[in-house]
Design a binder for this molecule. Structure first.
Ligand code: SAH
Ligand code: F3S
Length: 504
């Protein structure tokens, strides 16, 4: 089919939810770019509008429906527009989407995203709705069938665009799909299917390609990333083995991985973190609750004691490791005493930062079917606030204790918060006290955010920063070395390869 008015088709994509969705959107865009689509940043300018959705909490689904409303008027003006809902909500409840938003043309689950280009063409040619789901609700296909269909979506990761895209410094690599844990509150196994690990060679090749594109840091993605295990013939490759393989990728500076599951975490991973220079000393290890009773109701397959023991072992092997975690407060039947155990866990572990969520019942999960959502919303909110306030004190004590230290920062770019503050100053007609290009942001190996005054020349480099101030989540400082004394930035040679390594 010809593009409208002989110009390239344009696509607008909006992404909600986790890093996996961010990666999925990038890969879908790459496939469309390869077919000559051009990305635009407004719905009005788009021929194709895609909303990549999240189902983890009800709030995320409501937000997706309201974002879809933004396409209503433009779609009326331009009936040729294709409006698509992709990702977890598409897989979980396609009928609700079709009923609530009649102008949706395309619904595609996260396991079928490689079909998007063909689906768009089909809609444009026929004006019929196109639907691709891994679990065909009408056929009631089993999880086993779903896992057999897995290889079709492997094509999405393999299609990755080798051309540099907007953010080339840091990239995600999927190493695992789906989840088999079936925590009673969680919708992910229903939307992303069975756990499957990608072949290690493909992951290594992808890392090399991303380094060629300019990546200095890769983050390996999986729902329970530490249980990565690939075993197609030959020798099994586990998560620690994979870290060793990736540590050998020339030009890669930092390797991270999220999210780890506390139930089957092997010490070998800590040893790899200690022994491999590229593996960062940072672990996202969701605990969800500090109460054994609640953990049991959540079917989390570990106890408070075994979790604390795991952290103690990790810290004895990697003393400077930082930790982040997720909590759910107000889960079914959570008493004040059970919540108090969760609150106390904060002081015991002393995380770098936490993500804390109010329990949101999800249809078709065990908790939703078998347990009462009996903690009032006001109590959930109050517990959430107590958690965040307690953590803020802990984070602030940690960051303030770092003042005076010199840390290594991978400089990502201008600080968005600083830019916003400057724009606000300008719009109030105030004299701008500093230049936008002064405020740069980056992260330490331990995932702490550092803001400092620098120049364009710092971006994309590892810079030593002496810390002079701190809030709970942000460190401030001054670069130690002048730009002239930084190692050369990697430059792209004419054939797209890299000619100068960042470290000689
Ligand atoms: N292992 C996955 C977990 C996905 S869900 C990962 O990659 O992070 C992310 C977080 O959302 C979970 O750790 C949990 O804290 C939270 N969450 C999941 N289901 C939830 C629900 N029904 N209500 C509230 N929070 C939930
Ligand atoms: Fe969800 Fe538990 Fe898996 S939180 S993603 S079912 S480990």
């Amino acid at each position: 089919m010809n593009p409208p008015q002989n110009r390239p088709w344009t696509v607008y994509i909006e992404t909600m939810g986790c890093q996996m969705n961010v990666l999925d959107s990038e890969l879908v865009l790459g496939q469309l770019r390869a077919r000559n689509y051009r990305q635009v940043d407004s719905v009005d300018a788009a021929d194709v509008v895609l909303i990549n959705t999240c189902s983890v909490r009800d709030h995320a689904e409501q937000k997706a429906l309201s974002r879809l409303g933004v396409a209503k008027k433009p779609k009326k003006r331009n009936p040729d527009m294709v409006v698509g809902v992709i990702g977890c909500m598409a897989e979980r409840d396609p009928d609700a989407i079709m009923e609530n938003v009649p102008y949706v043309d395309l619904v595609c689950g996260p396991g079928e995203l490689n079909k998007i280009p063909a689906m768009i063409e089909e809609v444009r040619a026929t004006r019929e709705k196109a639907v691709a789901l891994t679990l065909d609700k009408k056929r009631k296909s089993t999880l086993l069938e779903r896992s057999l269909e897995y290889d079709s979506v492997e094509a999405l990761d393999l299609s990755r665009d080798p051309a540099p895209s907007a953010n080339t410094l840091q990239s995600y690599i999927r190493i695992q799909r789906g989840c088999d844990k079936f925590c009673t509150f969680c919708v992910v196994p229903n939307t992303r299917g069975k756990e499957r690990s990608r072949p290690p060679q493909q992951i290594v090749d992808e890392a090399k390609m991303l380094v060629d594109r300019g990546a200095l840091e890769v983050t390996l993605l999986g729902q329970t990333v530490n249980s990565y295990l690939h075993q197609d013939g030959g020798k099994p490759v586990n998560m620690a083995d994979l870290l060793y393989l990736l540590n050998d990728v020339e030009g890669l500076e930092r390797i991270r991985f999220v999210t780890s599951y506390p139930g089957d975490f092997r010490d070998e991973i800590f040893e790899a973190m200690r022994d491999l220079p590229r593996v960062c000393e940072y672990l996202h290890l969701p605990v969800q609750s500090g109460s054994n009773n609640v953990l049991k109701r959540m079917k989390r397959q570990y106890t408070r004691e075994s979790y604390l023991d795991l952290i103690a072992r990790g810290r004895s092997i990697v003393p400077d490791m930082t930790l982040a975690t997720d909590f759910i407060v107000g889960f079914c039947g959570e008493t004040e005493a059970e919540f108090a155990e969760t609150l106390a866990l904060l002081d015991e572990v002393r995380y770098k930062n936490i993500f804390c969520f109010k329990y949101s019942p999800r249809p078709d999960t065990v908790a939703d079917k078998a347990l009462a959502d009996d903690v009032p919303d006001a109590v959930k909110r109050e517990r959430n606030q107590r958690m965040l306030a307690a953590q803020e004190r802990i984070s602030l004590a940690q960051t303030q204790a770092m003042i005076g230290q010199t840390v290594e920062v991978l400089v990502e770019g201008y600080s968005k918060a600083a830019i916003k503050a400057q724009e606000a100053e300008q719009s109030r007609g105030e004299e701008v006290s500093w230049r936008r290009s002064d405020q740069l942001v980056g992260r330490t190996r331990t995932d702490r955010i550092v803001v400092f005054c620098g120049t364009d020349a710092h971006i994309g480099r590892l810079v030593r920063v002496k810390l002079t101030g701190a809030t709970a989540l942000t460190l401030f400082g001054d670069p130690v070395d002048g730009v002239a004394s930084l190692p050369p930035r990697r430059a792209r040679s004419a054939d797209g390869g890299l000619s100068i390594p960042i470290h000689g």
